[in-house]
Design a protein around this ligand. Sequence first.
Ligand code: NAD
Length: 448
Amino acid sequence: MAASKGAPDLYSQFLSSAPGAFIAKQTGLPQPEKLRRYRAGEPALAGPLLIGGNGRLVEPVRALLSDYTFSQPHDDRNGGLVFDATGITQVTELEQLYEFFAPQMRKLSACARIVVLGTTPEETGSVDAHIAQRALEGFTRSVGKELQRGGTAQLVYVSPDAATGLSGLESTLRFLLSAKSAFVSGQVIRVGAADSVAPDSWDRPLEGKVAVVTGAARGIGATIAEVLARDGAHVVCADIPAAGEALSETANKVGGTALALDVTAADAAERLAAHLLERHDGADIIVHNAGITRDKLLANMDSSRWDLVMNVNLLAPQKITEYLVAKGALKKGGRVVDVSSIAGIAGNRGQTNYGTSKAGVIGLVQASAPVLAEHEITINAVAPGFIETAMTAAIPFATREAGRRMSSLLQGGQTVDVAETVAYFAGPASNAVTGQVVRVCGQSLLGA
Ligand code: NAD
């Protein structure tokens, strides 16, 4: 995978030197773990998987993950823990979490993965069960903050109507119980009732698919193109005409097509639809990654900064998706992935325009999910936190350092971390996942 084009993380380089490690240990400086990331052929987890709990999901999950190595409660250095909490219907029963997790916390391997499974609280049908299931969120997010050495913790709410085989849950579990979710922690994902068909290969789930990535010339977009191509897709790489050379580089690298396209142009949607229908019989996936910042305090902001940001980040993704769907250029069963930001969740000083647009992206995803479901299309968003790119390299040193360290994982993410999450949403087996927002932020304290 391409190295990040961001500024070097000098602090991590310092800590990896012998004197740096010594000083950090003596002074209690935060020591970020080198995160384990996906490599084809390597085991999904750094150690065996322990499955616990006594709800409706535990046995089907064991069957779904039969290719994982399972461990026993007394084993040390587990690489993953899955706890089925769907059997918890009373607050008093939450103690089961304590009983299962407390003895494990000190003996996990580095970069361990924890997944708590619950029932969507609003769908429990009882006040007591709703309360108990909602409480799982506080538990899981707190565990994420206590985990050390690159560990992550997530909560997955599964619809009570999910069929017995739980095929709709598999893509989510495999993503969260792997190195692909290295920089995702403290997240809550809701999985619907739909069944899914597992791909022939979980390493090439996008074989035969056509994907469009906007803003693909550089940064996060270029890596999304690489990861979707790695997973088997033909990628149409789109970016503004001025980015021509870098865009061709990405397209060549991924064996895809370059398309000069300003997403805010009046005819952008028409041109993209025509391209997709003429060359490919339509697309299966569109990733609205193109995004810009035009930062100013609100008091100093001219209207052009406001309009530009709103047009690129929010209005273009909405218009293009609507047009592609109307023309059949995004196929039935398609996937839309939008790129939001933690600034759209927490807000950010100097970014009223950007924060508004990125919060709007979350609204877009939530409002469109039921509408697009009529076409069996899903729509989800990733919300990156601090990712090492040219964008974040331009942030002044002290702010940049604070952005990197103020998270459970104590470091910035890589572009590949966002791309892996996009690929999870884009997979054909993720059809039961729609209207969701997953932060890729190392459980950043911002907006937590
Ligand atoms: P970047 O500036 O490196 O790349 C953005 C790309 O989008 C560029 O290639 C640019 O030419 C293209 N683009 C801009 N306007 C366009 C237009 N009108 N039409 C087509 N393409 C256009 O940015 P990045 O850091 O890679 O960010 C990618 C996305 O991730 C953006 O939506 C950004 O808001 C979001 N994001 C980034 C971070 C981060 O830490 N880098 C954090 C949160 C969210």
